[in-house]
Design a protein around this ligand. Structure first.
Ligand code: GZL
Length: 323
Protein backbone atom coordinates (compact mmCIF):
# COMPACT_ATOMS: atom_id res chain seq x y z
CA UNK A 1 0.00 0.00 0.00
CA UNK A 2 2.74 2.41 1.11
CA UNK A 3 4.81 1.66 -2.03
CA UNK A 4 1.83 2.40 -4.27
CA UNK A 5 1.21 5.73 -2.53
CA UNK A 6 4.89 6.71 -2.84
CA UNK A 7 4.86 5.88 -6.55
CA UNK A 8 1.69 7.97 -7.03
CA UNK A 9 3.21 10.92 -5.13
CA UNK A 10 6.40 10.75 -7.24
CA UNK A 11 4.28 10.70 -10.40
CA UNK A 12 2.41 13.83 -9.26
CA UNK A 13 5.71 15.64 -8.63
CA UNK A 14 7.06 14.61 -12.02
CA UNK A 15 3.90 15.87 -13.72
CA UNK A 16 4.06 19.17 -11.85
CA UNK A 17 7.70 19.67 -12.94
CA UNK A 18 6.93 18.68 -16.53
CA UNK A 19 4.13 21.27 -16.66
CA UNK A 20 6.74 23.96 -16.04
CA UNK A 21 8.86 22.60 -18.93
CA UNK A 22 10.33 25.49 -20.94
CA UNK A 23 13.02 26.16 -23.44
CA UNK A 24 15.63 27.25 -20.87
CA UNK A 25 16.12 27.87 -17.10
CA UNK A 26 13.38 28.24 -14.45
CA UNK A 27 10.54 30.74 -15.09
CA UNK A 28 10.16 33.49 -12.49
CA UNK A 29 6.80 33.95 -10.70
CA UNK A 30 4.49 36.04 -12.91
CA UNK A 31 6.47 35.03 -15.98
CA UNK A 32 4.87 35.47 -19.43
CA UNK A 33 3.89 32.01 -20.66
CA UNK A 34 4.58 31.86 -24.42
CA UNK A 35 3.40 29.07 -26.73
CA UNK A 36 5.75 28.98 -29.76
CA UNK A 37 5.04 26.75 -32.79
CA UNK A 38 8.07 26.45 -35.11
CA UNK A 39 7.83 25.27 -38.76
CA UNK A 40 10.36 22.48 -38.32
CA UNK A 41 14.14 21.97 -38.67
CA UNK A 42 14.33 21.86 -42.49
CA UNK A 43 17.29 24.20 -43.10
CA UNK A 44 20.34 25.95 -41.62
CA UNK A 45 18.19 29.09 -41.55
CA UNK A 46 15.51 27.40 -39.43
CA UNK A 47 18.08 26.00 -37.01
CA UNK A 48 19.54 29.47 -36.49
CA UNK A 49 16.05 30.94 -36.11
CA UNK A 50 15.09 28.36 -33.46
CA UNK A 51 18.33 28.98 -31.55
CA UNK A 52 17.70 32.76 -31.58
CA UNK A 53 14.09 32.39 -30.36
CA UNK A 54 14.96 29.87 -27.61
CA UNK A 55 17.90 31.96 -26.37
CA UNK A 56 15.81 35.14 -26.21
CA UNK A 57 12.85 33.42 -24.48
CA UNK A 58 15.04 31.53 -21.99
CA UNK A 59 15.09 34.66 -19.81
CA UNK A 60 13.36 34.08 -16.43
CA UNK A 61 10.61 36.58 -17.38
CA UNK A 62 9.34 34.01 -19.94
CA UNK A 63 7.94 30.51 -19.58
CA UNK A 64 8.46 29.06 -23.09
CA UNK A 65 6.45 26.12 -24.41
CA UNK A 66 8.14 25.21 -27.74
CA UNK A 67 6.71 22.90 -30.41
CA UNK A 68 8.36 21.69 -33.69
CA UNK A 69 5.73 20.96 -36.40
CA UNK A 70 8.04 19.02 -38.75
CA UNK A 71 6.76 21.22 -41.62
CA UNK A 72 3.14 20.00 -41.20
CA UNK A 73 0.29 22.50 -40.83
CA UNK A 74 -1.85 20.00 -38.94
CA UNK A 75 0.85 19.76 -36.27
CA UNK A 76 0.94 23.53 -35.92
CA UNK A 77 -2.84 23.72 -35.58
CA UNK A 78 -2.69 21.01 -32.90
CA UNK A 79 0.04 22.92 -31.07
CA UNK A 80 -1.93 26.19 -31.19
CA UNK A 81 -5.03 24.42 -29.81
CA UNK A 82 -2.91 22.93 -27.01
CA UNK A 83 -1.54 26.38 -26.14
CA UNK A 84 -5.12 27.74 -26.05
CA UNK A 85 -6.20 24.86 -23.78
CA UNK A 86 -3.25 25.55 -21.47
CA UNK A 87 -4.24 29.22 -21.32
CA UNK A 88 -0.84 30.63 -22.37
CA UNK A 89 -0.43 34.41 -22.20
CA UNK A 90 0.85 34.85 -25.80
CA UNK A 91 1.04 32.61 -28.89
CA UNK A 92 3.87 33.15 -31.38
CA UNK A 93 4.38 31.05 -34.52
CA UNK A 94 5.91 30.87 -37.99
CA UNK A 95 3.08 29.58 -40.25
CA UNK A 96 4.37 26.85 -42.56
CA UNK A 97 1.89 27.91 -45.29
CA UNK A 98 -0.16 31.09 -45.80
CA UNK A 99 -3.73 29.72 -45.79
CA UNK A 100 -5.96 27.60 -43.51
CA UNK A 101 -5.49 29.52 -40.23
CA UNK A 102 -8.79 31.41 -39.77
CA UNK A 103 -10.53 28.83 -37.53
CA UNK A 104 -7.73 28.28 -35.03
CA UNK A 105 -6.86 32.00 -34.94
CA UNK A 106 -10.51 32.78 -34.19
CA UNK A 107 -10.32 30.24 -31.32
CA UNK A 108 -7.22 32.06 -29.95
CA UNK A 109 -9.02 35.41 -30.26
CA UNK A 110 -12.11 34.03 -28.47
CA UNK A 111 -9.81 32.82 -25.67
CA UNK A 112 -8.32 36.33 -25.42
CA UNK A 113 -4.82 35.11 -26.36
CA UNK A 114 -2.86 37.54 -28.59
CA UNK A 115 -1.01 35.99 -31.56
CA UNK A 116 2.36 37.23 -32.84
CA UNK A 117 3.46 36.04 -36.32
CA UNK A 118 7.20 35.56 -36.79
CA UNK A 119 9.10 34.98 -40.05
CA UNK A 120 6.19 34.05 -42.31
CA UNK A 121 2.77 35.65 -42.98
CA UNK A 122 -0.78 34.25 -43.02
CA UNK A 123 -3.41 35.07 -45.65
CA UNK A 124 -6.54 35.97 -43.62
CA UNK A 125 -9.42 38.34 -44.42
CA UNK A 126 -9.52 39.64 -40.83
CA UNK A 127 -6.08 40.90 -39.82
CA UNK A 128 -7.28 41.47 -36.24
CA UNK A 129 -6.65 37.71 -35.85
CA UNK A 130 -2.99 38.53 -35.20
CA UNK A 131 -1.35 41.49 -33.46
CA UNK A 132 1.85 41.86 -35.51
CA UNK A 133 4.21 40.13 -37.99
CA UNK A 134 7.97 40.33 -37.59
CA UNK A 135 9.95 39.05 -40.57
CA UNK A 136 11.68 39.80 -43.84
CA UNK A 137 10.25 41.27 -47.05
CA UNK A 138 10.35 38.16 -49.24
CA UNK A 139 9.18 40.00 -52.39
CA UNK A 140 12.16 42.34 -52.05
CA UNK A 141 14.47 39.35 -51.51
CA UNK A 142 13.24 37.93 -54.84
CA UNK A 143 13.80 41.31 -56.53
CA UNK A 144 17.34 41.49 -55.10
CA UNK A 145 18.19 38.03 -56.47
CA UNK A 146 16.97 39.08 -59.92
CA UNK A 147 18.77 42.46 -59.79
CA UNK A 148 22.03 40.63 -59.03
CA UNK A 149 21.39 38.35 -62.05
CA UNK A 150 20.71 41.32 -64.36
CA UNK A 151 23.91 43.01 -63.19
CA UNK A 152 25.92 39.81 -63.57
CA UNK A 153 24.52 39.28 -67.09
CA UNK A 154 25.61 42.71 -68.37
CA UNK A 155 26.47 42.45 -72.10
CA UNK A 156 25.40 38.80 -72.38
CA UNK A 157 23.13 37.80 -75.28
CA UNK A 158 19.93 35.82 -74.61
CA UNK A 159 18.36 33.43 -74.19
CA UNK A 160 19.50 33.09 -70.56
CA UNK A 161 17.71 29.95 -69.39
CA UNK A 162 16.84 29.81 -65.69
CA UNK A 163 15.68 26.90 -63.57
CA UNK A 164 13.98 27.75 -60.26
CA UNK A 165 13.97 25.69 -57.06
CA UNK A 166 10.91 26.94 -55.18
CA UNK A 167 10.47 26.77 -51.41
CA UNK A 168 7.62 24.95 -49.64
CA UNK A 169 4.48 25.05 -51.80
CA UNK A 170 2.02 27.63 -50.44
CA UNK A 171 4.51 29.25 -48.05
CA UNK A 172 4.87 33.03 -47.94
CA UNK A 173 8.63 32.96 -48.76
CA UNK A 174 8.06 30.73 -51.81
CA UNK A 175 5.09 32.76 -53.11
CA UNK A 176 6.72 36.14 -52.55
CA UNK A 177 10.30 35.33 -53.64
CA UNK A 178 8.93 33.96 -56.93
CA UNK A 179 6.81 37.10 -57.36
CA UNK A 180 9.68 39.52 -56.70
CA UNK A 181 12.14 37.61 -58.93
CA UNK A 182 9.70 37.47 -61.88
CA UNK A 183 8.75 41.13 -61.47
CA UNK A 184 12.37 42.11 -62.26
CA UNK A 185 13.43 39.53 -64.87
CA UNK A 186 10.18 39.75 -66.85
CA UNK A 187 11.30 43.27 -67.86
CA UNK A 188 14.26 41.76 -69.79
CA UNK A 189 13.33 39.39 -72.70
CA UNK A 190 16.72 37.61 -72.56
CA UNK A 191 15.64 35.74 -69.41
CA UNK A 192 13.43 32.65 -69.54
CA UNK A 193 12.43 30.44 -66.61
CA UNK A 194 12.48 27.03 -68.33
CA UNK A 195 11.73 24.86 -65.26
CA UNK A 196 10.31 25.67 -61.81
CA UNK A 197 9.57 23.14 -59.06
CA UNK A 198 9.50 22.96 -55.24
CA UNK A 199 12.48 21.53 -53.35
CA UNK A 200 10.68 22.18 -50.03
CA UNK A 201 13.62 24.26 -48.68
CA UNK A 202 15.73 21.11 -48.03
CA UNK A 203 19.17 20.07 -49.39
CA UNK A 204 18.00 16.55 -50.22
CA UNK A 205 14.98 17.66 -52.25
CA UNK A 206 16.98 20.45 -53.87
CA UNK A 207 19.49 17.90 -55.16
CA UNK A 208 16.76 15.53 -56.35
CA UNK A 209 14.88 18.23 -58.30
CA UNK A 210 18.10 19.65 -59.80
CA UNK A 211 18.98 16.14 -61.06
CA UNK A 212 15.57 16.04 -62.77
CA UNK A 213 16.11 19.51 -64.28
CA UNK A 214 19.50 18.45 -65.69
CA UNK A 215 18.00 15.28 -67.13
CA UNK A 216 15.13 17.17 -68.75
CA UNK A 217 17.11 20.16 -70.10
CA UNK A 218 20.40 18.37 -70.86
CA UNK A 219 23.92 19.35 -69.75
CA UNK A 220 23.95 22.51 -71.89
CA UNK A 221 20.32 23.50 -71.42
CA UNK A 222 20.63 25.49 -68.18
CA UNK A 223 22.49 28.79 -67.66
CA UNK A 224 21.26 29.88 -64.20
CA UNK A 225 19.76 28.37 -61.04
CA UNK A 226 17.61 30.57 -58.80
CA UNK A 227 17.04 28.76 -55.47
CA UNK A 228 14.61 30.13 -52.87
CA UNK A 229 17.04 29.14 -50.13
CA UNK A 230 20.72 28.23 -49.70
CA UNK A 231 20.01 24.66 -48.55
CA UNK A 232 18.36 23.77 -51.86
CA UNK A 233 21.19 25.54 -53.73
CA UNK A 234 23.79 23.47 -51.82
CA UNK A 235 21.90 20.28 -52.69
CA UNK A 236 21.73 21.40 -56.34
CA UNK A 237 25.49 22.08 -56.36
CA UNK A 238 26.06 18.38 -55.60
CA UNK A 239 23.80 17.39 -58.51
CA UNK A 240 25.56 19.80 -60.88
CA UNK A 241 29.00 18.42 -59.93
CA UNK A 242 27.80 14.82 -60.29
CA UNK A 243 26.67 15.75 -63.82
CA UNK A 244 30.27 16.77 -64.57
CA UNK A 245 29.51 20.49 -64.66
CA UNK A 246 31.08 23.38 -62.70
CA UNK A 247 28.57 25.10 -60.36
CA UNK A 248 29.14 28.86 -60.30
CA UNK A 249 30.69 28.72 -63.79
CA UNK A 250 28.77 26.42 -66.21
CA UNK A 251 25.61 27.18 -64.24
CA UNK A 252 25.53 30.45 -62.26
CA UNK A 253 23.65 30.16 -58.95
CA UNK A 254 21.86 32.80 -56.87
CA UNK A 255 20.02 31.86 -53.68
CA UNK A 256 18.54 33.39 -50.50
CA UNK A 257 19.23 33.19 -46.73
CA UNK A 258 22.95 33.96 -46.36
CA UNK A 259 23.69 30.97 -44.09
CA UNK A 260 27.26 29.88 -43.34
CA UNK A 261 27.03 27.01 -45.86
CA UNK A 262 26.35 29.57 -48.60
CA UNK A 263 29.43 31.61 -47.70
CA UNK A 264 31.54 28.45 -47.75
CA UNK A 265 30.12 27.53 -51.18
CA UNK A 266 30.82 31.07 -52.47
CA UNK A 267 34.37 30.91 -51.09
CA UNK A 268 34.82 27.67 -53.06
CA UNK A 269 33.50 29.45 -56.17
CA UNK A 270 30.43 27.18 -56.43
CA UNK A 271 27.72 29.74 -55.56
CA UNK A 272 27.64 33.23 -57.11
CA UNK A 273 25.47 35.25 -54.73
CA UNK A 274 23.17 34.93 -51.73
CA UNK A 275 20.48 37.38 -50.61
CA UNK A 276 20.49 37.71 -46.83
CA UNK A 277 17.33 36.72 -44.90
CA UNK A 278 17.98 37.36 -41.22
CA UNK A 279 16.83 34.47 -38.91
CA UNK A 280 18.08 36.13 -35.71
CA UNK A 281 14.64 37.49 -34.75
CA UNK A 282 14.70 36.30 -31.10
CA UNK A 283 15.53 39.57 -29.29
CA UNK A 284 13.02 41.63 -31.36
CA UNK A 285 10.37 38.91 -30.86
CA UNK A 286 10.95 38.91 -27.07
CA UNK A 287 10.44 42.69 -26.96
CA UNK A 288 7.25 42.43 -29.04
CA UNK A 289 5.92 39.76 -26.64
CA UNK A 290 6.70 41.98 -23.62
CA UNK A 291 4.90 44.91 -25.28
CA UNK A 292 1.88 42.85 -26.40
CA UNK A 293 1.54 41.25 -22.94
CA UNK A 294 1.69 44.68 -21.30
CA UNK A 295 -1.02 45.96 -23.68
CA UNK A 296 1.33 48.45 -25.35
CA UNK A 297 0.71 49.47 -28.99
CA UNK A 298 2.98 47.61 -31.50
CA UNK A 299 3.38 48.13 -35.29
CA UNK A 300 1.36 45.69 -37.46
CA UNK A 301 4.54 44.92 -39.44
CA UNK A 302 8.11 44.83 -38.12
CA UNK A 303 10.80 44.51 -40.83
CA UNK A 304 14.37 43.21 -40.41
CA UNK A 305 17.42 44.72 -42.15
CA UNK A 306 19.42 42.52 -44.59
CA UNK A 307 21.82 42.75 -47.56
CA UNK A 308 23.18 40.85 -50.60
CA UNK A 309 26.56 39.06 -50.64
CA UNK A 310 28.57 37.91 -53.69
CA UNK A 311 31.42 35.45 -54.24
CA UNK A 312 34.19 38.04 -54.02
CA UNK A 313 32.99 39.18 -50.56
CA UNK A 314 32.62 35.68 -49.08
CA UNK A 315 36.09 35.13 -47.58
CA UNK A 316 36.19 38.50 -45.80
CA UNK A 317 32.59 38.24 -44.57
CA UNK A 318 32.69 34.62 -43.31
CA UNK A 319 34.23 35.43 -39.87
CA UNK A 320 31.45 38.01 -39.27
CA UNK A 321 28.57 35.62 -39.90
CA UNK A 322 26.39 34.96 -36.86
CA UNK A 323 24.37 32.10 -38.43
C1 GZL B 1 12.41 32.65 -44.57
C2 GZL B 1 12.14 31.27 -43.99
C3 GZL B 1 12.55 30.22 -44.97
C4 GZL B 1 14.05 30.22 -45.27
C5 GZL B 1 14.29 28.76 -45.44
O1 GZL B 1 12.11 33.63 -43.62
O2 GZL B 1 10.76 31.13 -43.71
O3 GZL B 1 12.25 28.94 -44.40
O4 GZL B 1 14.38 30.95 -46.40
C6 GZL B 1 13.48 28.19 -44.31
O5 GZL B 1 15.64 28.36 -45.35
O6 GZL B 1 13.30 26.83 -44.45
Amino acid sequence: MKKGFMRFAMLLCALALAACGKGGGEAADGAITVGFSQVGAESEWRTANTRSVKEALAAPEFNLKFSDAQQKQENQIKALRSFIAQGVDVIAFSPVVETGWETVLREAKAAGIPVVLTDRAVDVADDSLYVTLIGSDFVEEGRRAARWLLEDSEGQAGPIRIVELQGTVGSAPANDRMKGFKEVIDADPRFQIVRSQSGDFTRAKGKEVMEAFLKAEGRDGIDVLFAHNDDMAIGAIQAIEEAGLKPGEDIRIVSIDGVRGAFEAMKAGKLNATVECNPLLGPQLAQLIRDVHAGREVPKRVQVEEGVFTRDQAEAELPNRKY
